[in-house]
Ligand binder design. Sequence first.
Ligand code: NAP
Length: 472
Amino acid sequence: MSKAHFGLIGLGVMGENLVLNAERSGFSSVVYNRTYSKTEDFLKRSATGRNIQGASDLQDFVNKLERPRRILMMIKAGPAIDAVIKQISPYLEEGDLLIDGGNSQFLDTERRVKELESQSFGYIGMGVSGGAKGALEGPSMMPGGTKASYEAIESLLEKMAAQVEDGPCVTYIGPGGSGHFVKTVHNGIEYGIEQILSEAYDLMSRVGGMNCSQMADVLSHWNSTEELSSYLVEITEACLRTKDPESGRDIVELIMDKAGQKGTGLWTVVSALELGAPVPTIYASLNGRVMSSIKDQRLEAESILPAPIPEPFDMGCLDDGMHLLMDAVVLSCIASYAQGMELLRIGSLEYNYQLKMPAIAQIWKGGCIIRSRLLKRIQDAYESNPQLANLFIDPWFSAQVEARISGLAHIVAGAAKSGIPVPCFSSTLDYINSYRTGRLPQNLVQAMRDCFGSHTYERVDKEGSFHTEWID
Ligand code: NAP
């Protein structure tokens, strides 16, 4: 059998679908999985009749690949990646290229790029988004590492990626761990939008008394608008329409209200805190998941700290797509993207990644979980002003604030009176209000800090650093 063009390690749901995609794109493949029975099963089940062969050990795997070898690892992030690198390195030769397509911590990738490149192997840390379907039909991919390593797999990735009107959803992101940094932030934005849609669902259900089918109709309307047309809105409608096959009830209502938050969402917030980038909407979504996970405590507190009975308030009506609620959803989704892009901009400066914001918006327009029509506006905003400090000051986005901020404020106020938590909506309102306030009250914070700790302060009326004796 002739040598294969492409090798895949890790036959989880993503690996299986990516290798089928690579083969369909014209790249004969060889697969290896730690547990060999999975390889056998895959070869019998999905790879029959395709140009895909299996390998029972890593030496066999490497021998079946043409040189220079192009190997994608699609395995659990963390120590498993280091373990596989260690196991495979003795069989690799100069010029071979390893790609980590999992959700690795970007600083781990930074280290691995340095270590592997110093041994004359190429190493790419590549974020992949799109879930199982995207992996098969065309994901969005965010590869980082040296430009030369990227060029060695560019044609493969361009054929495998989702395609949008202005090209494939893959581009060279930048050096080091930049690809995984961008994927991390992508997932942070994803956390935000998921929580925003869940808050809208909660209000429609508890304040509006709407059933899942009515809410799905609203989501369907939102998905037809430029501001909200997106994959996440589309699947939210599908979730709300799905019935439990056993009971015939809406399946969403039968799902336990606890969501996990390890990994990329957490890393987004940790990075933002370290870099001094404000991401309150994204942070609120992470915290929403943390609060959801303390279910037992919440059940106990429900009787000790009873919340008010939700009072109906105007959120719009079914016929106008709940226009006031839509205002809150639109501005909060924009805030999620704006904060993510701002984190990318600040991270790019700190790590010298030289990220190209229009190109990142472009590759997120298809294939990935946060794909949306809004990304075209985001791409346009950064194309017309590559130095844009914040999306909200772009003319199209500032017009959205003007048109929708009173709707958002009205929804936050109504939810507050009804005792319904809307962490992303309220954080977004505070974020926009803080951002558009030239003078914030941190002058008083500075006074207190100087009072108890002689930290000094700057003044608005003269240059320099000042200290006051505040208490006799
Ligand atoms: P997964 O469940 O995260 O990982 C399963 C694969 O990892 C299996 O092939 C498993 O081999 C292998 N593995 C685990 N520990 C290993 C070790 N110590 N040495 C060698 N192999 C090891 O699979 P996945 O969902 O397809 O995800 C793969 C990667 O893509 C992850 O980093 C994930 O976070 C990321 N990702 C996932 C999605 C998604 O929608 N699922 C989307 C984007 C990115 P065995 O069969 O032998 O256990």
